[in-house]
Design a protein around this ligand. Structure first.
Ligand SMILES: Nc1ncnc2c1ncn2[C@@H]1O[C@H](COP(=O)(O)OP(=O)(O)O)[C@@H](O)[C@H]1O
Ligand SMILES: [Mg+2]
Length: 337
């Protein structure tokens, strides 16, 4: 297209307040300039566009209000959530940190990748034990990329009516394609259960097949994140569909100390972190958080102006007991079955 036409298009998208269109045209101009070997100019334009964060972009979607619902129950299949969590609110191990930084960078600078015929990582699988930060990282990602979360509620997607589950999935993907979000499928294993699992009936196989097709054809600018606590239940065909898989593990000694510091950051504290680094080994990030919140509450209620080591220790003991009771109950239930 001639440059004059592109400039005309650029101005008209500005006039209409259509940020998406504006960026698309800007991108075409950049490609054209690069083709003319105006590399410096192309690079400059790219930087300007990349540095501007379109705050209102995703909120302009006309379909915000009409959420897809389950036909039988009328229950909404998705929730829209805005996140306020940032990288400051999460403790990540080195691997996860490297992976997530790359994902953020690729998405932020995707226009640069597009102009070379490449695309950013957009389909991610988060796998790991409960309470290790999968949902939290999804929220952090949403804040870092300034996207809302389109959160999928699995209890409402999986319908008891034959065929309805696949229809629900289609509705969700269809809705997702109309906006720009982090599409988050939590407790994903409910749908991604291995097709070879002999206990599952044909319906589930059909659902997985539909899901795979939808995922393959999902070509929007949104990021797709699926989270599971049971990665071993997931179908091998599913693993291949993701651009990256992030494994979440229990915190090591350094991470335990960082977590305690992070979770106590709002109150002065004199906790002997090192002591707990080994003592809390085997606890999840969520267990540690609960003990920290408990210690903070105790300090406030005891009128202590800081979280002392004694207070922290009693909160840890309290949660240790609670976890032991839960573990015992769970193992009893398993022997009953
Ligand atoms: N890596 C982490 N850093 C800081 N807090 C964490 C981390 N992982 C989990 N938490 C806290 O534990 C709780 C449960 O985490 P969540 O992300 O829901 O775990 P998951 O989705 O893996 O089950 C949340 O309140 C979260 O703030
Ligand atoms: Mg979760």
């Amino acid at each position: 297209m001639a440059t004059g036409d592109l400039i005309r298009e650029l101005f008209s998208s500005y006039k209409q307040g259509d940020d998406e269109q504006f960026r698309a045209v800007a991108h075409k101009i950049i490609v054209e300039e690069r083709n003319k070997n105006h590399n410096l100019l192309a690079r400059d334009l790219e930087r300007i566009i990349e540095q501007s964060t379109p705050k209102t972009l995703h909120r302009a979607s006309p379909n915000w209000q009409k959420l897809p619902t389950d036909r039988e129950s009328g229950v909404s299949l998705v929730d829209i959530k805005e996140s306020t969590k940032s990288m400051r609110d999460i403790v990540l191990d080195e691997n996860l940190n490297t992976q997530i930084e790359l994902i953020i960078k690729e998405y932020r600078y995707r226009e640069r990748l597009y102009s070379y015929g490449l695309s950013p990582k957009r389909k991610l699988l988060f796998a790991g034990l409960p309470g290790t930060g999968k949902t939290l990282l999804c929220e952090v990602l949403a804040t870092e990329l300034n996207l809302p979360i389109l959160y999928t509620r699995f209890d409402s997607v999986v319908s008891s009516y034959l065929g309805e589950t696949a229809a629900n999935l289609r509705k969700i993907f269809d809705f997702a394609s109309k906006g720009k979000w982090i599409v988050f499928f939590d407790e994903f294993d409910a749908i991604g259960k291995s097709r070879e699992d002999q206990y599952e009936h044909g319906e589930l196989k059909r659902v997985v097949n539909t899901f795979l097709q939808l995922l393959d054809n999902f070509e929007s600018e949104s990021l797709f994140v699926a989270a599971t606590n049971h990665e071993n239940l997931l179908d091998r065909a599913l693993w291949r569909r993701f651009d990256d898989i992030l494994f979440f593990s229990l915190p090591d000694k350094n991470a335990i100390i960082s977590l305690i510091k992070l979770k106590l950051r709002n109150l002065p504290h004199s906790v002997e972190y090192k002591k707990y680094a080994s003592e809390l080994s085997g606890w999840s990030q969520s267990d540690i958080e609960l003990a920290c919140i408990d210690a903070v509450k105790r300090s406030i209620l005891e009128d202590s102006d800081e979280v002392t080591d004694t207070i922290f220790e009693s909160a840890v003991r309290y949660h240790q007991r609670r976890m032991e009771v839960i573990a015992k109950t769970v193992s009893n239930q398993q022997t009953d079955e």
